[in-house]
Write a protein that binds this ligand. Structure first.
Ligand code: SF4
Length: 246
C-alpha cells in the first residue's frame, strides 16, 4: 500500500539527469541503524551482517516495526512540497547523487542519503530553514526521546556535518499519541518536536569512536555475549533463539 500523497511528493530525478556519481562505496559500510545495533549488542551487529539466516523476527516485533514505518509515512504526509529521494537501499549510489543535487532545491527532503567516513545515513526529514541552513528531523513512534534515539540523531548530524551540510539544529518528532502495534487509526496523529541539537553535538566524538569499534567488530569473528535482559529491550532480539542454544 502506498501511503504517501503523490500530490505532495516529488520524486527527485537526480542521477537520471547525469549528475556525477559519488566515489565507490566502502566494503565495510556502516549505517546509523548498525551503529545503534552495535551499541545495543556487538554480537547482534555481527549476526545481522553475516548470519541473517539465523534471525527470526517475532510477529509482535514486526508489528512494532510496521507501526514505526507508518508513523514515518504520516509525518512525511504532513510536510508540504517534500522531495522523496530513492528510498531503496539497493540504489544507494543513486540516492547519494540525488541528494547532492536536491539540496539546491531548498525544499524538504525525505530519505536524503549521506556518506562520511564509511557511515551511511538516511535522514527522515531534512527541512530547509530561512537562513540557508537545514534542520534534521528524526521521526520516532515513542512517547519521549530515549537515549538511543539521541545516539541515532548524533550519528546523522555527525555524518551531515562531515559532508559540509550547514545544519542549524536537530529534532526528534514524536506523535502526540503513540501508534500501538496493529492500530488502525494511524492517520489521526499530530506531532511534537523535541530539540536535541546540543545532546547530538555532544555525542559527535563518541559517534566516531563507536563507528571505529563497530568496524573492528565486523572485521573479526563472531563476538561472545551472554544472553540477558538486554535481549528483550527495547524489543526482542531476532537472534535470541540462536544465542540461547549456544
Ligand atoms: S540475543 Fe542477546 S546476546 Fe544474542 S545477539 Fe541478541 S541481544 Fe545479543
Amino acid at each position: 500500500m502506498r501511503l504517501l500523497d503523490s500530490a505532495q511528493q516529488h520524486r527527485f530525478p537526480g542521477n537520471q539527469h547525469g549528475q556525477k556519481q559519488p566515489a565507490d562505496l566502502p566494503a565495510v559500510r556502516l549505517s546509523k541503524s548498525k551503529l545503534t545495533t552495535y551499541l545495543h549488542c556487538a554480537k547482534r551487529l555481527w549476526l545481522q551482517v553475516y548470519r541473517r539466516d539465523v534471525g527470526v523476527i517475532d510477529p509482535r516485533t514486526r508489528q512494532v516495526f510496521e507501526a514505526g514505518h507508518r508513523i514515518g509515512e504520516l509525518a512525511r504526509l504532513q510536510v508540504a512540497k517534500g522531495v522523496l529521494i530513492d528510498p531503496d537501499p539497493r540504489n544507494l549510489v543513486a540516492a547519494l547523487a540525488e541528494t547532492r543535487s536536491a539540496l539546491s532545491l531548498r525544499r524538504p527532503l525525505f530519505e536524503s542519503a549521506f556518506l562520511h567516513q564509511g557511515v551511511v545515513v538516511r535522514v527522515d526529514i531534512l527541512q530547509p530553514e530561512k537562513n540557508g541552513t537545514w534542520r534534521l528531523v528524526e521521526v520516532k513512534n515513542a512517547s519521549a526521546a530515549r537515549p538511543y534515539h539521541i545516539h541515532d540523531v548524533a550519528a546523522q548530524t555527525w555524518v551531515l556535518t562531515g559532508c559540509d551540510v550547514n545544519l542549524s539544529g536537530a529534532s526528534i518528532r514524536l506523535p502526540t499519541q503513540v501508534m500501538r502495534p496493529g492500530a488502525r487509526d494511524w492517520r489521526r496523529r499530530t506531532f511534537v518536536d523535541i530539540d536535541v541539537t546540543d545532546e547530538a553535538i555532544g555525542l559527535h566524538a563518541s559517534t566516531k569512536s563507536i563507528a571505529t569499534a563497530a568496524r573492528h567488530t565486523l572485521e573479526g569473528s563472531e563476538p561472545h555475549r551472554e544472553t540477558g535482559a538486554h535481549c528483550d529491550r527495547p524489543f526482542r532480539c531476532e537472534f535470541l533463539e540462536y544465542c540461547s542454544k549456544r
